[in-house]
Design a protein around this ligand. Structure first.
Ligand SMILES: [Fe+2]
Length: 282
């Protein structure tokens, strides 16, 4: 299923009727967290099937914990593979971070130390995951608030992971903006230094400035103009990929989300010269 250049939205259960009805919101795909759906049956499984009949599904995981010192959870990865196959999911993404340590789920995306020993560890794990899933793993640059025991820069770390593993990059443009603000670097230079030919997916989201010198990546507000500008700059330098509007909290009326989708679509089309693809979603 070709989702290149499409604009999508994160699927929340409360959106189900609006997505099936298709009058107030018009994404070209939906993204969901497989962990929230793998063991679901009954009515919600039927609803998910109806959504999947109408929209391509992309998956964005929460619990792979690729950077963890703990062993990979192979039982989970095999279940995940079955789910991705069942819904013909062409793209599975995760976070370049970790969320498990000493067998404890920490329910947060913790920053991996930017070090060569971490690169070696993660590259080996990426290859194992890709072999089982029979799909490329697409890893996201995460927001972080302090580097931990760093021996290299964030950009060197990301480049080493992508080059040595052959994985793809989920470029979260808002995360670049947030990190560049919090860590005082130039967001455009950062984008230019990424392995842009390996970008397979993009995220866009809102954030919250809580102090003059600190932004928190909340996914609870609308996207601000400087992040749209950075998206425009980025899209001009990448191949067409799917783009997701992330909104996890303070979810507004569907019409408001749809306006954000339309703005993302207009920017991406201006560079990717792509006619709107009609998948019967309207
Ligand atoms: Fe993201």
């Amino acid at each position: 299923m070709n989702t290149q250049g499409m604009i999508g939205v994160g699927y929340r259960r409360k959106m189900t009727n609006a997505l099936l009805d298709g009058s107030d919101i018009h994404p070209e795909f939906v993204e969901l967290a497989p962990e929230n759906w793998i063991d679901v049956g009954g009515t919600w499984k039927q609803r998910l099937n109806r959504v999947a009949d109408k929209y391509p599904i992309l998956c964005h995981g929460l619990s792979l914990s690729i950077g963890s010192p703990d062993p990979l959870d192979m039982d989970f990865i095999k279940k995940l593979k079955a789910f991705l196959d069942e819904y013909q999911v062409p793209l599975y993404s995760e976070h370049l971070s970790y969320s498990k340590c000493d067998n404890a789920h920490l329910y947060d995306l913790l920053p991996i130390p930017f070090r060569q020993d971490a690169v070696d560890h993660i590259v080996e794990r990426i290859k194992i995951v890709q072999d089982v899933l029979e799909r490329p793993l697409v890893l996201e640059n995460v927001s972080y608030y302090t580097p931990v025991a760093a021996e290299m820069t964030e950009i060197e770390f990301i480049n080493a992971i992508v080059k040595e593993s052959g994985c793809q990059l989920l470029l979260d443009v808002n995360n670049v903006y947030v990190n560049s603000f919090n860590h005082s670097y130039d967001a455009h230079e950062f984008i230019d230094s990424l392995p842009l030919e390996s970008v397979g997916y993009m995220h866009m989201a809102g954030h919250r400035k809580i102090r003059p010198d600190l932004i928190i990546d909340t996914h609870g507000s609308e996207i601000i103009d400087p992040v749209y500008d950075l998206f425009d700059y980025t899209v001009a330098r990448t191949n067409p990929v799917p783009v997701l509007l992330e909104r996890d909290f303070n979810i507004p009326e569907m019409a408001e989300l749809d306006r954000e989708l339309s703005r993302l679509k207009a920017i991406s089309k201006s560079h990717w010269h792509k006619e709107t693809v009609d998948h019967g979603t309207a």
